[in-house]
Design a protein around this ligand. Structure first.
Ligand code: ZN
Length: 256
C-alpha cells in the first residue's frame, strides 16, 4: 500500500465463498487480486460529507469491500439532495444523512462496518476522529471544513483524497503531506460559491465521486499512480479533462 498507514504484517483475511463471488471482478484484476482485496477489507476510510461527492463515493467504496467506512455529516436529507446524492431515496427525506446512508450501505454490502458521526467536523474534533482512519475522502463544499480536514490529515499523516464540483466542472486530487490542500487553496477564494447557489448536474457529482473512490482504491491497494500532488480537472460541458501538478508552498501555514 503506498501512502496509507499500513498495519504491520497481519494474518490473511479469510473471505467467505459469498465474498469471493461478490468481489470476483476485482479479484481477477492483477493490480488488486487477493492481496488488494485483503487490503480493502482491512482499510478504514473516513468520508467527510455525505453530499454530491461523498454519497456516490461511499456507495462505490462499500461495494468494493472497504472494511470500515466512517461517515461524518451533521445534515439531514433534503429533497433537493436526491438529484445527485443517489445513496438516498425519497423516503429518507428529513432523516439524518449518516443514519440513512449507513442503512443503505449495509443493504449494499453487509460486510462493511459503518462508523457514524452525526456532527460537524471542526478544527477541534478533526484530529481525534481522523487519526482513527487510514484514509480520508473529503467532498464537503465549505472551505472552513476543508481546511480543518487538511490540517488534521497533515498533523496525523493520514492521506487525503479531495473532490470538489460546481455547475459542470469538477476536480479530484490526492494529498499525502506536502504539498497539502492548503498549498493549492491558501485561503477561502473570494468567489467561493456553493452548489446551492450556482447549481450542479447530478451526473457530474457521480463522475467526481467515482473518481475520488477510484483514487482511494488505488491508494489502499497500491494499484497504479494515484493523483498524489496532482489535480485532475474535469470539464463536463466540453467533455475534456486535464491534470496539473500541485506545487508545495514553502510559506504554507499547514505543511510549510
Ligand atoms: Zn501546504
Amino acid at each position: 500500500m503506498s501512502g496509507v498507514n499500513t498495519p504491520s504484517p497481519l494474518a490473511p483475511v479469510r473471505f467467505s465463498d459469498e465474498e469471493v463471488d461478490r468481489y470476483a471482478r476485482q479479484l481477477v484484476l492483477s493490480e488488486i487480486g487477493g492481496p488488494g482485496q485483503q487490503a480493502l477489507k482491512r482499510a478504514r476510510v473516513l468520508i467527510v460529507g455525505l453530499g454530491g461527492v461523498g454519497a456516490p463515493a461511499a456507495l462505490y467504496l462499500a461495494a468494493a469491500g472497504v472494511g470500515t467506512l466512517g461517515l461524518i455529516d451533521h445534515d439531514a436529507v433534503a429533497l433537493s439532495n436526491l438529484q445527485r446524492q443517489i445513496i438516498f431515496t425519497t423516503a429518507d427525506a428529513q432523516r439524518p444523512k449518516v443514519e440513512a446512508g449507513a442503512e443503505h450501505l449495509a443493504a449494499l454490502n453487509p460486510h462493511v462496518a459503518v462508523e457514524p458521526f452525526v456532527e460537524r467536523l471542526t478544527p477541534a474534533n478533526a484530529p481525534g476522529i481522523i487519526e482513527r482512519f487510514d484514509l480520508v475522502l473529503d467532498g464537503t463544499d465549505d472551505f472552513e471544513t476543508r481546511f480543518a480536514v487538511n490540517a488534521a490529515c497533515v498533523a496525523t499523516g493520514v492521506p487525503l483524497v479531495s473532490g470538489a464540483l460546481g455547475r459542470w466542472n469538477g476536480q479530484v486530487g490526492v494529498f499525502t503531506g506536502q504539498p497539502c490542500y492548503q498549498c493549492l487553496v491558501p485561503e477561502t477564494p473570494p468567489d467561493a460559491e456553493t452548489c446551492a447557489r450556482v447549481g450542479v448536474v447530478g451526473a457530474l457529482a457521480g463522475v467526481i465521486g467515482a473518481m475520488a473512490a477510484l483514487e482511494a482504491i488505488k491508494l489502499i491497494t497500491g494499484a497504479g499512480e494515484p493523483l498524489t500532488a496532482r489535480l485532475m480537472l474535469y470539464d463536463g460541458l466540453a467533455g475534456t479533462s486535464r491534470v496539473v501538478k500541485i506545487a508545495a508552498d514553502p510559506a504554507c501555514p499547514v505543511c510549510g
